[in-house]
Design a protein around this ligand. Structure first.
Ligand code: GLU
Length: 271
């Protein structure tokens, strides 16, 4: 009888502990953010228009960075502070999973593969994959890539996409977009491939290079959050919707993409 009692109470305590563990895991990111009034974001540091470190003040700047600041204020109020950690396409998921950042907003496409290990907010930006080539290149679209060398970035899904779309192209992968652009400029490849917005950012900085072939994939960007953080994901979703409804979103689109030659930024507007 006594033994049974101990067994039952042991089982009860274990269940209680498991239950508590779950609920803290579910609430911790949002709760910690509310307590510290800060959200730590993983953003790009080498992607003009989305997340680029300004050498004059060392700050990351771009559409993703501004979105992170707005989302932070919506969730935590006007005193809420956004802290930025620079990530690459390859390091963003490990940084998130290790808890170095609370969320990632870094030109990151929502894909079924990634959804197996992390969660995403609703999509906050519609990108699509394209090609960047020298202005005198004969490459007009992915159909012209047979036997050509295409440069991509490690950790970007653009690499898998181009292998599927142009199986006869040779694909090389570099660490980040700055290195990828340098490789294109030094003729180590015939084209650079990633999302159109990123390529337009590179074209702005590098006269003599053009974005070609329209978009051949859909790349909806999402805010990446760890699994088990439902309350935080919901808060991000709500914030993104508010930003879109009250017009701040379209203002940001105009701010970052309004002056980019050849980029139809009005297509990106959301109401
Ligand atoms: N959107 C693509 C991705 O999530 C390419 C851009 C990037 O490398 O961040 O992989």
């Amino acid at each position: 009888m006594k033994k049974k009692f101990w067994l039952v109470s042991l089982l009860f305590s274990v269940l209680l502990l498991v239950g508590c563990g779950r609920s803290t895991a579910d609430q911790s990111v949002l709760k910690n953010a509310e307590a510290s009034k800060t959200i730590t974001w993983g953003v790009k540091g080498d992607v003009k228009l989305f997340g680029l470190i300004d050498v004059r003040d060392g700050q990351q700047k771009g559409f993703d960075v501004d979105m992170a600041k707005l989302i932070t204020k919506k969730i935590l109020g006007p005193k809420g502070k956004a802290i930025f950690v620079t990530t690459t396409s390859q390091s963003r998921i490990p940084l998130l999973k290790n808890g170095n950042v609370d969320a990632v907003i870094a030109t990151m496409s929502i894909t079924p593969e990634r959804k197996k290990t992390i969660d995403f907010s609703h999509s906050y930006f519609d990108a699509g994959q394209s090609l960047l080539v020298p202005a005198n290149s004969k490459i007009k679209s992915t159909r012209d890539l047979n036997g050509k060398t295409v440069i991509g970035v490690v950790g970007a899904n653009s690499v898998q996409n181009i292998k599927a779309k142009a199986p006869k192209a040779k694909v090389i992968e570099l660490q980040d977009y700055a290195q990828a652009m340098n490789a294109l400029k030094s003729h180590q490849g015939d084209a650079l491939t990633t999302d159109n917005g990123i390529l337009y950012g590179l074209a702005v900085e590098n006269p003599g290079y053009e974005v070609r072939g329209g978009t051949f994939t859909k790349e909806p960007y999402g805010v990446a959050v760890n699994k088990g953080q439902k309350s935080f994901t919901r808060a991000v979703d709500k914030a993104v919707l508010e930003i879109q409804h009250d017009g701040e979103y379209n203002q940001l689109i105009r701010k970052w993409f309004g002056d980019v030659p050849g980029f139809n930024y009005k297509e990106l507007y959301r109401r």
